[in-house]
Design a protein around this ligand. Structure first.
Ligand code: SF4
Ligand code: SF4
Length: 189
């Protein structure tokens, strides 16, 4: 199962947290060993999402999403690009093949395959367009799935809960947003 919307992707982690206050110190702690903690807390995330109040969550997402992207550098992560493929939908194929100056059929033959859902996806992992420096070599033309990933600023996490849970296991931004939503719920009561 692709995490992209089937979902997915873009990219940036954990850099430069400076614990000048209790709050920042807590945020630093939150991201230490995040992948292990996320694995251990999947049941809690599942229960939280299942019972979450939609409006309360949606109201918090834009700010939490921005906060997560400030704390986490996708260029030091790239887990999504390394392990999953976005869908390459028709407009994506047209745009990217034009950018690469390839015929669409040649682009498809060179870079894509059809997955079990009948969608075009990358034919290799990591994604063939991921550079050694973790930059996307077709960034301006990247698939729409990549632009939206990890969907933490939209209702995706409530609508596609199994995928949101999956994303939290490899995407620290998704993990961070879920943890903060749970923390905020505790403080709201
Ligand atoms: S998995 Fe998440 S944090 Fe990592 S590069 Fe992708 S979007 Fe960024
Ligand atoms: S197209 Fe770019 S952003 Fe999308 S998965 Fe590939 S390398 Fe990552």
């Amino acid at each position: 199962m692709s995490p992209f919307g089937k979902i997915n992707k873009c990219c940036k982690i954990i850099g430069n947290l400076q614990p000048h206050s209790t709050k920042l110190s807590h945020l630093k702690d939150l991201l230490i060993n995040w992948q292990k903690k996320s694995g251990e807390r999947q049941k809690i995330y599942k229960q939280f999402l299942h019972r979450a109040d939609k409006n309360t969550v949606l109201k918090q997402l834009p700010e939490l999403n921005d906060e997560a992207f400030e704390k986490i550098d996708c260029l030091k992560c790239a887990n999504c690009c390394k392990n999953f493929s976005p869908r390459f939908k028709t407009p994506d194929v047209k745009r990217i093949s034009k950018h690469l100056r390839l015929r669409e059929s040649d682009f498809i033959e060179k870079y894509l395959k059809v997955d079990e859902d009948g969608d075009y996806v990358a034919n290799a992992k990591p994604c063939p367009f991921l550079g050694d420096d973790n930059y996307c070599t077709i960034y301006d033309e990247r698939p729409s799935d990549c632009r939206r990933f990890p969907y933490t600023d939209e209702d995706f996490i409530l609508k596609r809960q199994p995928l949101a849970l999956k994303n939290s296991s490899f995407c620290p931004i998704t993990y961070y947003v879920l943890e903060k939503l749970i923390e905020n719920k505790k403080s709201i009561g």
